[in-house]
Design a protein around this ligand. Structure first.
Ligand code: ADP
Ligand code: MG
Ligand code: MG
Ligand code: MG
Ligand code: MG
Length: 441
C-alpha cells in the first residue's frame, strides 16, 4: 500500500496536477465531488478525507453524518480540458464510516459486494452499456428541448455543433482511458449514442458516471445541453442505456457453448431466467424516474413486454447474434437516469440466483411481440413491465432478494424517494389533462 501511495503521488507530481477532484455517487447516481489541493492527497490516500454525508441524497443517517472518502488509485484520470499549467485530476472514491467500515449506503460498495459474491463462485461480470442522450440548445443559459439537428440513425450532419460535441467527447474520453467502440447519431433528431468497449462491471459503472459528467461539461463548452432524461419529447424515441452483459469463468465467456441451443450455455439461460424473474423490482432501479415510464411504451424501440429472444430486436432481453467471446445478453430496459452501480448490482444478483438455482427461462419469443394481440400475449403468458414508478417501487419492496442486495438503509431511502416523487407528480395538473378535459367538461 505504501508503495502504491508513493507511486500515485509521484504520478501527480509528474503530471503537474495542482488540484484533485474526489468523486463519488449519491444514491440517485448523481456525481458528487470535493476538490482538494494535491498536497492533501497523501492524507487522502492514507486516512481518507472527511465530509458531511447528511446533505447527500440517500446518505442521510441520523446516527452519523460524518463520512470518509477513500480515493481508488486505479481510477486516477487527468481532466483533459483542465489548464496544462494547472492540471486537475480526479479519483473515484469509496465511502467509509468514521469507524473505518464501508458505508452501507455507498452504491459502489453495493456493487462490489455482488461482484465479490460472484467471484467466490468463479465468475466475473462484464457489461457493455450503450449510452443514448440528447443534445439540446441552451436558451439564455437554460436547458431547453429545442432540437439541435434533424439528423437520424447513423446520419452525418457535418456542420452541426452536435457532431462537434460528439467528436470532443470521443477525444476527451479516449484521453481519460475509455475504449470507445463506436459513436453515432441515434434515431431521433439531436440524439446521439456512444458505446464503450465492455469490461468489469465496477470499472464500467465508474465510466458511466464519468461519461455523463464529461458529456454535460463538453456540451456546455459548445453552448449545448446534454441530457440523459429518458423521454424528453413526446412522440420521439427516448434515450436508453442498453446493458450488454456476460459472465466469465476461467478466462472464458461462460455464456457461450457451441453445443447448446442457440450456442448458449446453461449458465446464459439460467442468468437470463433470473433477470426475467426479478425484472419488476429491477425496473425500479434501472428506470428510476416518473419520466422513465414514458419511454417504456410501444412504438419507439423500447421494451414493454417481459421476454427474451435470440432473434428479435424488440425483446426485453435480446441475445445478439455474435458468439464466442462476444456472447452476451442485452437488457434493453434500463435508461441513463439510472444509478449504474445499483443497476449492475441488481442485475448480477438476479442473474446469479438464476445460475445457482438453475432457473429455466420461459420459451424465447421469436415473433414480434408488438404485433401480437393482447389475447395472443396472454395465451403465451407474456407480462408487461411495470407501467409506473409507483408500480415498480411496490415490486421492489416485494422482492426479498433485491431488497437484501440493496440493504435496509438503501431500500428505505429508495422507497421514500420513489413515493415522494410519485406523490408529487400525481398532484400536478399536466397540459395533457387541460387539453383533454378543460373544454369538454
Ligand atoms: P447494438 O447492436 O445493440 O446497437 P452496440 O454495438 O451499440 O449494440 O453495443 C454492443 C455493446 O456490447 C458494446 O458496448 C460491446 O462492448 C458490448 N459487448 C460485446 N461483447 C460483450 C460481452 N462479452 N459482454 C458484455 N458486453 C459485451
Ligand atoms: Mg447501439
Ligand atoms: Mg452500435
Ligand atoms: Mg441505440
Ligand atoms: Mg442495443
Amino acid at each position: 500500500r505504501a508503495e502504491l501511495i508513493d507511486a500515485v503521488l509521484k504520478q501527480l507530481e509528474n503530471d503537474n496536477v495542482r488540484s484533485v477532484l474526489l468523486q463519488f455517487s449519491d444514491m440517485v447516481g448523481k456525481p458528487k465531488n470535493v476538490a482538494i489541493p494535491t498536497k492533501q492527497m497523501k492524507k487522502a490516500l492514507t486516512e481518507g478525507i472527511s465530509f458531511d454525508g447528511s446533505s447527500i441524497q440517500g446518505f442521510a443517517r441520523l446516527e452519523e453524518s460524518d463520512m470518509v472518502l477513500r480515493p481508488e488509485p486505479a481510477t486516477y484520470q487527468i481532466i483533459p480540458w483542465s489548464d496544462e499549467k494547472y492540471r486537475v485530476a480526479r479519483f473515484i472514491c469509496d465511502v467509509y464510516t468514521t469507524r473505518g467500515e464501508p458505508f452501507i449506503g455507498d452504491p459502489r460498495y453495493i456493487l462490489r459486494q455482488q461482484l465479490e459474491k460472484a467471484a467466490k463462485l468463479g465468475y466475473t461480470f462484464n457489461v457493455g452499456p450503450e449510452m443514448e442522450f440528447f443534445l439540446f440548445r441552451l436558451i439564455n443559459g437554460h436547458p431547453s428541448v429545442e432540437l439541435q439537428d434533424h439528423g437520424g440513425y447513423f446520419d452525418q450532419t457535418p456542420t452541426d455543433p452536435g457532431e462537434d460535441v460528439r467528436r470532443d467527447l470521443v477525444t476527451s474520453l479516449s484521453e481519460m482511458g475509455f475504449d470507445i467502440e463506436a459513436s453515432h447519431h441515434e434515431v431521433a433528431p439531436s440524439q446521439h449514442e456512444i458505446d464503450f468497449t465492455y469490461g468489469n462491471a465496477l470499472a464500467m459503472a465508474d465510466k458511466v458516471v464519468t461519461f455523463k459528467f464529461v458529456a454535460k461539461t463538453l456540451a456546455l463548452h459548445r453552448g449545448l445541453h446534454a441530457t440523459f432524461m429518458a423521454k424528453p419529447i413526446y412522440g420521439i424515441n427516448g434515450s436508453g442505456m442498453h446493458v450488454n452483459c456476460s459472465l466469465m469463468k476461467d478466462g472464458q465467456n461462460a455464456f457461450f457453448d457451441p453445443e447448446g441451443e442457440h450456442q448458449l450455455s446453461d449458465t446464459a439461460r439460467h442468468f437470463i431466467a433470473g433477470i426475467l424473474k426479478h425484472i419488476d423490482g429491477i425496473t425500479r432501479i434501472a428506470n428510476p424516474t416518473v419520466n422513465s415510464y414514458k419511454r417504456l411504451i410501444p412504438g419507439y424501440e423500447a421494451p414493454v413486454y417481459v421476454g427474451w429472444s435470440a432473434m428479435n430486436r424488440s425483446a426485453l432481453i435480446r441475445v445478439p447474434s455474435s458468439r464466442g467471446k462476444s456472447t452476451r445478453a442485452e437488457l434493453r430496459s434500463p435508461d441513463p437516469t439510472c444509478n449504474p452501480y445499483l443497476t449492475f448490482a441488481v442485475m448480477l444478483a438476479a442473474g446469479m440466483e438464476g445460475v445457482t438455482q438453475k432457473i429455466e427461462p420461459p420459451e424465447s419469443v421469436d415473433k414480434n411481440i408488438f404485433r401480437m394481440s393482447a389475447e395472443e400475449r396472454a395465451a403465451e403468458g407474456i407480462r408487461c413491465l411495470p407501467w409506473s414508478l409507483h408500480e415498480a417501487n411496490t415490486a421492489l419492496m416485494n422482492d426479498p432478494l433485491l431488497c437484501s442486495v440493496l440493504g435496509e438503509h438503501v431500500v428505505s431511502q429508495i422507497n421514500r424517494l420513489g413515493e415522494l416523487e410519485w406523490g408529487d407528480f400525481s398532484k400536478h395538473i399536466t397540459d395533457w389533462e387541460l387539453n383533454r378535459y378543460l373544454a369538454t367538461y
